[in-house]
Design a protein around this ligand. Sequence first.
Ligand code: PMV
Length: 347
Amino acid sequence: QLPEKGEVKWESPSNIALVKYWGKYGEQLPKNSSISFTLSHCKTTTQLSYQKKNSSQKFSFEVYLDGNRTESFEPKIEKFFERIEKYLPFLKDYHFKIETQNSFPHSSGIASSASGMSALALCLLALERQANSVMTDDFFNQKASFLARLGSGSAARSIKGNLVVWGEHTAVNKSSNLYGVEFSDKVHEVFKNYQDTILLVDRGEKQVSSTVGHNLMYNHPFAEQRFLQANSNLEKILTVLQSGNLDEFIFIVEQEALSLHAMMMSSSPYFILMKPNTLEIINKIWEYRETHKSKICFTLDAGANVHVLYPENEKAKVLDFIKNQLVGYCQKGMYICDEVGFGAKPL
Ligand code: PMV
């Protein structure tokens, strides 16, 4: 029996892909496998208050971001509810109040869809779990990832684990297109607390939404090669994550970032999502790596911000380098220090 009313609260992290997901089919299924580091500090906290209602004709919810009613999120959530109703058939029986906060600054250009959608999926599933005491933690995590995927593909990788693979791949046991799985093989020490400092180059609205971006892969002349490259890079990076070979890690991660952007630059219509400062930063990182024998590298999402990745033992020096040489390229000098985390948790 589902409760009449109540509330649940979850926090869920963002993640940064090392091998990128770009291109999908069917119900938010990926054209290639991807793997990401779960982040620790960039996260969304969502409280879901629910109350049974009389009519079950349509969805009923209100959304608050940082305490302010935010109607602009409603169409996205309506669409999410439509997609997941088959798997959570009670959705129309309730009125929901969704109160959400992000740990990272508003409109920082950091995508909140992975953390936001996974946090909401977790809250909704936690409600169902109250009437289903036999639901195991493994099943809960798997279904949460499955539901989160229907909100935003990359959100499937934000539930559990420090390294998460999404997309069926022969090299990963139990991997699936339907949900993310924790990469549970023995990972080399160096990756345990890997650092990600996010340089905010452009805080503006995304030029290309990820929905539009993924769709551009449908008629893309290089799509099939790209999917093959990603699947091959995934296999390679799994070996690297175990061996700790940072030179190979750097090569794969930077190639993935540039390939993602190359796909956008060669689609129709085409886009350049990097800004001049993105390139300045990349060149400085390469220069620093060369002159300091450092293992620093960069990755990019579908935007201009740069994720600077490096092992924890270089933290002090790299932060000095960022403060002295890279902050000037960031909007209002803004950057966020993050590191590998472990996944979502109830509050
Ligand atoms: O989850 P979406 O649909 O917003 O797609 C995100 C895709 C990238 O962030 C560019 C890459 C990835 O794998 O996270």
